[in-house]
Ligand binder design. Sequence first.
Ligand code: P6P
Length: 330
Amino acid sequence: MITFPEFVYGEACCKSKPELAALLNAVVLSGKVINSEIRRAGLADLLGDTGDQNVQGELQTKMDLFANDCLKNALLNRRVAAGYASEEEEHIVLFNDGLAESARYVVLADPLDGSSNIDVNVTVGTIFSVYERITPIDSPVTIDDFTQHGRAQVAAGYIIYGSSAMLVYTTGKGVHAFTYDQSLGEFFLCRDKLQLPSTGTTYSINEGNMRNYSQGIRNYVANCQQENISTGKPFSSRYIGSLVADFHRNLIHGGIYLYPESRIYNQGKLRLMYECNPMGFIAEQASARATNGLLSVLDIDPDELHQRSPFYVGSSELIKKLHINLVSML
Ligand code: P6P
């Protein structure tokens, strides 16, 4: 029974970077608090919307704001990060008290991915991404610290608030999973060096938007619905409306998640810096793939903090077949 702190401080890369281990512990602490509030949201007047919109023009739920403040304050109060950016913050947040500016890392997050599902008790999650700042220590962070290539991430992960709460993360040395024991208030290691199966028979896409997708996407989905040569069965369609939940299922059983560009979202809906890149880092560390239909999302040159990207993530064989469909329609 290894706890998360024991595991992360024992990781080679964290032995040389204790501040990174401390930062990840702060993220996990906020996950424990968010988990607790989610499970009592209906009793704590935390369901529903705030009536405001975030920078994305999406309705902000009360839990979006709670999760964002929880994560931001956990990082600021421990001075383990020099700055923060998230789906719920229009601009980067500078932690500009003296001690925080000496921190080496910045954190980007989707504090509560899939939050529109909260009111109907469907799984949601916190997605986080960590970079070493590129601006001088002891100076205020700038946007350049937050728009680095996805390959520059030093850590990424998610906390999924499902039938059980789980933490999945990587620091570039494999993907490790922990299950939360509510009675002990601790995350315990349940799987290390997780590998996402190279193939699978599940696809996740919002089929209600099918008319808005490219012919290549429609051809790929049609192929999934045909009898699978090796299994003699068609794929199963599973779409939860929560990236973390769909990704986590595919991490365990194999499968593919697709959020293509469309007439509604001409650059795709998901945000590159705090949804695609962290999930892409985890995917590649688990021998899977995460692309925008052409190249790994980790190789996309970021232009701005909240930019969107088409996003395809999952089993390497399924992504390869998708690319064949997309290229054949160019
Ligand atoms: P749609 C949640 O808002 C999210 O970012 C992902 O978690 C989820 O997979 C997707 O958007 C759902 O979007 O347009 O299908 O409702």
